[in-house]
Design a protein around this ligand. Structure first.
Ligand SMILES: CC(=O)SCCNC(=O)CCNC(=O)[C@H](O)C(C)(C)COP(=O)(O)OP(=O)(O)OC[C@H]1O[C@@H](n2cnc3c(N)ncnc32)[C@H](O)[C@@H]1OP(=O)(O)O
Length: 522
């Protein structure tokens, strides 16, 4: 049986008019009033954000006509443009990326089932094409009218985040609310860029007040400072959407598109001229502090260093830079903060960064000036043993080129935890200021000569023994003599030696026994 057409066929121009007007209506999201409100709050719309982060005219949208399947609480027949999320492919700096951008003007960007299916689908396309995934968050969380179907959608996004992990870089940009379940997708990605308009939390201030009695504002709980300084959840803070999107472009420019590619290389002038100012930065007196970023900036290309988690666990510095146009990951103790000790948070921060670099073939450059692990009951009860072990695990498991430059102190377990030769560093260079030993000379004489010092007639005996211990063990020549150091170099030639080593290590192969996965201490 055939179905009789009830209306005459429409003309093509009418069909096109209908297509265009429907597309325009859907592209307007929640309408001008809500767009105006978004702008008044200092935020861009989902589409404006995509326009800013991608190359002009490169965006290919998927699923603008997608419709929810909700039936309850006023959802039947309700038009929800693009189901509250704009998804598609584009280029950034000429390279393919896939994106999802939640539209707060449409039901507060709340994630219904189809909304999340769209996100999960664009993630699959990221995976299939080996291209980074960028998720711009601005949402009231799971769309409550859709109940468990909304929850299921989130589950698919989380699963997708894990499937993409280590295969393509994933960047989350948080531009508005990101509460409850919504916070876990960013947490599963590699980098979180949070704007000062954004707040992230699992349970908000009201629930916290009910459950624990604590009073706190949403900003104090989940604002950018909260996640940069206290929780370590955010990797970058941006003043506004524009800055966040710019940061995202800069970050992606330093990363390969996937785990099978080498990081992108930019043209370099090949300049490795000696920099005599390097000799004046690190004080010979190891009790004096300095900012290790002054060393990093002089060694990398154009003093251009993208610091990651710049205000969290500031006793360690991590970030991306280039050497002769090629991306490197930098890890450095920061003597300006807590003398550069390793503690729980610094170990977590650095080991995660090291693992990211390894997953994406980015060579690691480590600057060492570390007196050891931070002593204290809080640290021990907090599990410094397992957190510190992450450093040993991360460096040992890493197969990318690893170059260690010992600037000054490199003591004890921290000497190993900063990726020593025994943990398979490919090159270890030491400056003449380096002190490499099982522990600092002061501590060592207290253990070895405690009795002798107590019984000594001379008040200078302790100082003599410290000097004796220092000259016997703490000099870089001893470590070089024991092949712990490949070469002792003049500071001014650091960039030259680093660039040469990176070049010679291009063909590095480091094969490991097959296994399902190792078990990093957590
Ligand atoms: C597993 C989970 O994720 S459970 C988490 C569920 N989510 C939540 O508890 C958060 C609920 N939402 C909120 O608290 C607030 O909407 C905020 C803080 C996100 C934003 O507040 P405001 O900026 O004042 O925006 P407002 O509340 O007006 O929300 C904008 C619109 O989005 C809607 N909306 C926001 N969140 C949701 C949601 N989760 N589900 C459905 N609609 C939502 C609002 O009802 C409102 O719709 P309307 O314009 O048609 O009235």
């Amino acid at each position: 049986m055939t179905t009789q057409a009830t209306t005459a066929p429409q003309r093509m121009d009418a069909l096109l008019d209908s297509l265009r007007s429907t597309r325009d209506r859907l592209a307007a999201g929640g309408g001008q009033q809500r767009i105006d409100k978004q702008h008044e709050q200092g935020k861009l719309t989902a589409r404006e954000r995509i326009d800013l982060v991608t190359d002009e005219g490169s965006f290919e949208e998927f699923g603008i006509f997608a419709q929810h399947r909700g039936e309850h609480f006023g959802m039947r027949g309700r038009e929800v443009p693009a189901d509250g999320v704009v998804t598609g492919a584009a280029t950034v700096g000429g390279r393919l990326v896939h994106l999802a951008s939640q539209d707060f003007t449409v039901m507060g960007g709340a994630a219904g089932e189809v909304h999340s299916l769209k996100v999960a689908e664009v993630m699959e396309r990221s995976l299939k094409t080996g291209s980074p995934f960028v998720f711009i968050n601005d949402s009231g969380g799971a769309r409550v009218q859709e109940g468990i179907d909304a929850l299921s959608g989130y589950g698919k996004v989380f699963h997708g985040n894990v499937m993409l992990s280590g295969v393509v870089p994933q960047v989350s940009i948080i531009c508005g609310p990101c509460a409850g379940g919504a916070a876990y997708s960013p947490a599963l990605t590699d980098f979180i860029i949070q704007t000062r308009k954004a707040q992230m939390f699992i349970t908000g201030p009201q629930v916290i007040k009910q459950v624990t009695g604590e009073q706190i504002t949403a900003e104090q709980l989940g604002g950018a400072d909260a996640h940069m300084i206290h929780s370590g959840v955010a990797h970058f803070i941006a003043e506004n959407d524009e800055e966040a999107l710019d940061l995202c472009r800069r970050l992606l420019s330093l990363l390969p598109s996937n785990n099978l590619e080498d990081p992108p290389e930019v043209p370099s002038d090949g300049n490795v001229e000696p920099d005599p100012t390097l000799a004046d930065i690190v004080p010979v007196d190891s009790k004096q502090a300095y900012d290790v970023r002054d060393v990093i900036l002089r060694v990398v290309d154009s003093a251009d260093f993208l610091e990651v988690q710049a205000a969290y666990a500031t006793n360690i510095v991590v970030g991306f830079a280039r050497v002769l146009g090629r991306s490197v990951g930098v890890v450095a103790n920061q003597p300006a903060v807590l003398s550069g000790v390793l503690d729980i948070n610094a170990s977590d921060k650095a080991s995660r960064f090291i693992r990211f670099c390894n997953a994406f073939n980015i060579p690691l450059v480590t600057f060492v000036d570390c007196p050891g692990f931070l002593p204290g009951v809080d640290q021990e009860y907090g599990g410094i043993i397992r957190h510190g072990a992450k450093m040993l695990f991360a460096y040992s498991a890493t197969t990318v080129p690893k170059i260690q430059i010992i600037l000054r102190k490199s003591y004890g377990g921290a000497h190993l935890a900063m990726g020593s030769k025994d943990l398979a560093a490919d090159r270890v260079f030491a400056w003449p200021t380096a002190e490499i030993a099982v522990m600092g000379a002061e501590g060592a004489v207290e253990i070895v000569f405690r009795k002798e010092i107590a019984e000594a007639a001379s008040p200078t005996r302790r100082a003599e023994l410290i000097e004796q211990y220092r000259s016997t063990f703490c000099s870089p020549y001893v470590a070089a003599g024991h092949r712990q150091v490949d070469d002792i170099i003049e500071p001014e030639f650091t960039r030259q030696r680093l660039a040469q080593a990176l070049e010679y290590l291009r063909s590095k192969r480091d094969l490991r026994p097959p296994k399902k996965h190792g078990l990093i201490p957590l």
